[in-house]
Design a protein around this ligand. Structure first.
Ligand code: GDP
Ligand code: IMO
Ligand code: MG
Length: 427
């Protein structure tokens, strides 16, 4: 029975939270499988706006079981802050389940994230400063602390001592920072142990049973294809697997149980932080997209870099994720433009590339080859069927679909839960 994966097609903030929320009533489980509180999902339900970071967006739908999978990195302080914030607003969070194998973001990794960025200077990544990179590095380095370690104090102490032996050398000798006491870390982590214990489970086993029963499981990515540590614009990426493959490793659901891969694709492009961005606009048009699309980060408040739609990226996302459906979001933001440029290929030092170039150097040299599509003036925010859209908006959707190489099943025409045109049901 169905497992559906939702991923971001570009550099994040495509509207994954809204898409997950939209599917909420048709699914039984929503699993976050990668990343941590570097994510920022804004979901608008009726007149209420929710900003989610660590919790899966499915938390807003009554009856859905939200799951934090093994591939996620968990900051316990943020977890309970977010839970308490939602509970205060009347959202029931009691069904939340957390994988015993998920890694914990320790305070020293938050510090290391920030000092490393400062140290890198002009080579910085522009991280969210939440400790994501150092925590995944510890996981790979086999010195990470996991959720289950909270329930064995002896093991926890050994692991924290082991980690700090190394970390304190780095903090003190390289970054000239204060060394961290083992007890300080232990106290901070153990303070949450009793509260987190009832939420913890073998989530891979739980999801296997759910799928066998015929329940619908939605696997929700944080970040996006071009921020994926393997398939993104390395080193200007996050430190986890944000593509469809990560849904399997980050949840314990095998590939042959995934039925559908839905990629969320913004009708233009944005990026937060450093790194190459071929269609980026540094002029009034970029400012217009930022203003009209409210392109300011949900997590850090940073203005998002804005540019035109990039079909090379969309095609790449379709390929590396095995996309079965695109959700094209924020089409309403393009309303009012006489012509809408879309990038159909790159020129790299005089050579035309229709596919993502192989090397970082080539991608840095890529200049977009644009085609201009005719714009539309009519307000589309109340359109609910494809034929309600102005002819030029319909043809924008069809052109994107053709260029990207997978069908567009939903078109977003506003931030609200209902503000979309559904061409084909996703679940
Ligand atoms: P995520 O990180 O992929 O979940 O996306 P974010 O929540 O960071 O950013 C997407 C923003 O666009 C949010 O503020 C959404 O409310 C908003 N949004 C989503 N879909 C649409 C749409 O179709 N039109 C408009 N105008 N806003 C949208
Ligand atoms: P959602 O889920 C946009 C970016 C950061 C930085 C890089 C590495 O809302 O789409 P990190 O803190 O992860 O080590 O930072 O990745 N980044 C995001 N950009 N949306 C996100 O999440 C992001 N999560 C991380 O800006 O460039
Ligand atoms: Mg976001």
């Amino acid at each position: 029975m169905p497992a559906i994966v939702i991923v971001g097609a570009q550099w994040g903030d495509e509207g994954k939270g809204k898409a997950t929320d939209l599917l909420g009533s048709s699914v039984d489980y929503v699993v976050k499988f990668n990343g941590g509180n570097n994510a920022g999902h804004t979901v608008v339900v009726d007149d209420q706006t929710y900003a989610l970071h660590l919790l899966p967006s499915g938390i807003l739908t009554p009856g859905v079981v939200p799951v934090i999978g093994n591939g996620v990195v968990v900051d316990l302080d943020v977890l309970f802050e977010e839970i308490d914030g939602l509970e205060t607003r009347g959202v029931d969070t009691s069904r939340l389940v957390i994988s015993a194998n998920a890694h914990l973001i320790a305070p020293y990794n938050r510090v290391l994230d920030k000092v490393t960025e400062r140290f890198l200077g002009s080579r910085r990544i522009g991280t969210t400063g939440r400790g994501i990179g150092p925590t995944y590095a510890d996981k790979m380095n086999r010195i990470g602390i996991r959720v289950q370690d909270l329930f064995d104090e002896k093991i926890l102490q050994q692991k924290v001592e082991g980690a700090l032996e190394l970390k304190n050398q780095v903090l003190a000798k390289i970054y000239n920072r204060r060394a961290v006491e083992v007890d300080e870390i232990l106290d901070g982590l153990l303070a949450h142990a009793d509260r987190v214990r009832p939420m913890v489970a073998d989530t891979a086993l739980l999801l296997d049973a759910a799928l066998t029963r015929g329940d619908v499981v939605l696997l929700e990515a944080g970040q996006a294809t071009l921020l994926d540590v393997d398939h993104g614009t390395y080193p200007f990426v996050t430190s986890s697997s944000a593509t469809a493959g990560g849904a399997c490793t980050g949840s314990g659901i095998p590939p042959n149980r995934i039925d559908r891969v839905v990629a969320i694709l913004k009708a233009y492009t944005t990026r937060v932080g450093e790194g190459p961005f071929p269609t980026e606009l540094h002029d009034d048009a970029g400012e217009l997209l930022r203003k009209t699309g409210h392109e300011y980060g949900t997590t850090t408040g940073r203005p998002r870099r804005c540019g035109w739609f990039d079909a090379v990226i969309a095609r790449y996302a379709a390929r590396v994720n095995g996309v079965t459906d695109f959700v094209l979001t924020k089409l309403d933001v393009l309303t009012g433009l006489e012509k809408v440029p879309v990038c159909v290929a790159y020129d790299v030092d005089g050579v035309r590339h229709a596919e993502m170039p192989m090397t970082q150097t080539e991608f840095h040299h890529a200049t977009p080859v644009f085609e201009e599509l005719p714009g539309w003036w009519e307000d589309i925010s109340l359109c609910r069927r494809l034929k309600d859209l102005p002819a030029n908006a319909q043809s924008y959707v069809r052109t994107v679909e053709e260029m990207a190489g997978a069908p567009v099943s939903v078109v977003g025409v506003g931030p609200g839960r209902d503000a979309c045109v559904v061409l084909r049901d996703l679940a």
